[in-house]
Design a protein. Sequence first.
Length: 660
Amino acid sequence: MSSPAKGVALPQSPVKGGSPTKPGSPLAQSKKSSKASSPTRSTGAAQPFVHQNSDDEDYYTRPDFIYGGPFIGVNRPSPFLDTGTPMNLPLQGTFKKSFAYFSLKERIPVILTKIIDYLSRDGGSIKSANGASEEDLKNFMQSVVKLKNDLVTNKDYDPFTVDTANAKKWNMWIENQENKKYFNNTWMFTECYLYRKLREGCELTKGLQKFDYFEAQKKSAFDNNVELMCIVADKMVTMVNKSEKDKRKADFITLLKICLWANKCDLSLSLGSQVNLIQAAKDATEKLRLNPPPPPPPPKKGKKGKPAKEAAPQAPLVISHDPFQMILDLKDKLLVDDTAKIADQVQNKADAMLKAINAAAEEVKDTKDAKDTKDTKDKKETKEAAPAEAKDGKEKKEDAPKPIPCPAKMTVPQAVMFDIVCDNTGYELFADLCLAHFLVAQKIVQKVRFHVKDMPWFISDVTEKDFRYVIDACSNSNFSKEASSGATEGEGGAPKIIKADNLRLLGQAWNQYLTDGVFQVMAEEFWTTPHVYRDMKKYDPILYRKLQYAVAIMFKGDLNYRKLLGDRNVNPTTGFEASLQGFIPAPIIAVRTVKAELICGLPKGKWDQLTTADEKWMQSGDYGVIQFCPKGEALKVSDRPCMDYCQTCFGVVCPEHTDI
Ligand SMILES: O=P(O)(O)OC[C@H]1O[C@](O)(CO)[C@@H](O)[C@@H]1O
């Protein structure tokens, strides 16, 4: 990992004056606490105070100029604390033992440096692929260099200068921030700002408007995991034929877990380095070999008349890269498993929703029939009264387009829909598509809406272009390879050949689903704003309402999880529903491998146990949760109709919101 650019590294000299460890201060408490019981879980809210190592020494001790008088050295209180994130506070770059601080100080500068390297190394091909000029490339590169320097020197955010409605909104949000410095504001705001600012660098050029600086990495990530996709595709064949209840439930659960572990494949945590699950499995096996788990305890003797308890199974010593075997191998790393509840309740809710939709359609039909009968009667009377020549003319049949009622008035959706708020492209998106395909094929739902990003985001997040790329790449794959060691062997012990035949079929089916509107891709602006989800209603009520039509919404990955929890270090034993802070447009499913220091819904003592074993377990992506909140806000006739209401649709037929 390279350090921040020369000459701009954050200063580390001691602050003059001020007691660094006041009794009762967060730092004092952290010093008292042992490493294992984590200082930050027992502290109260952090108060800014002067301490020894300020990351912004210059600013906090810079002399004040008194008009007409001397420069006087003052010690301002520094917000930097030598702790992790205190409980219930937002993750923030001021907590020097937190992953947020480490990310801003070390990880993101590396990500930005890699973009700069890429631009200088592949400038020629970037220019020709985008029709961009040398000037465009130079300007973009300069903007990335400046962004990196501003970050590592903890400057104030720059306002956006590109003339777009979105940039104006960002400027307003920046203006509303109490802290405008990269490290001093919330990690969420700063991180999102950085990715948005990167985009602006392209928007300000003529020729790089559509340039995706992460595209090449995303494409390689797809190629690196095709073998896994072929393995999953072969199994999918057995999951899509209409099956009986128990198998359907078991397959639903399996696919949720495939979706979970696919979330290991993000390029942001790996700083853009390729994540190859086959290699990762080999590395994990090697780790186990060097540090094997203790043998399971001997079976307990049964009480009088009762059979002896079975011995606990030996923890696996080889981690397979076969995604289905991986589910079993990683069983203990799945910290919260609500999959059975999800499978049951999504099915039940979907059945109930279908009934309501059919009943509503029946009602509309009855009204229409009654109207048609009346119309026919009226017409007949008019005809009889009409002049003779008109009676000879043929009757014109009109094919009225299917109206979409005003979304503000609609309380029953148009179809049973499942929503996926996507995270990473490549293998993770492939896994999400498999789950979506399964839900449609088993007729649990009629439609799946995929929510993707409207700009390159956190390196590997799915954009609309990536979405189509993955489907096309699956349809056209001609992968064929002898299975790597660790995968299932073929008949008679012969090496198994892994082929893309079924993967191609899946890709073709998905293309058809897209054409038919069974799969829908939506790239709403809200997903690339810095707002956490409890604020969605305020910032994007229309999206909130759209989500309310879903039978359930699956939020993928770590960043979505952070936004669901308000990016706060909540108490790890707080329940999932309470942690959502009122954000329940529909039942919520969170499927996330743990890559940031926040989690909820853990059993008592689990967090301490994991932290004792490995202080950094929350940064590794090795653990996962699949959590469920079955509640959803009931759909009422809206008291806050959408912006088009009464302007163009007049509450009858919506010309705008065809995605509902
Ligand atoms: O792709 P995911 O699962 O959202 O992870 C994104 C990564 O980026 C981060 O937001 C940090 O930059 C982490 O939370 C996580 O490591």
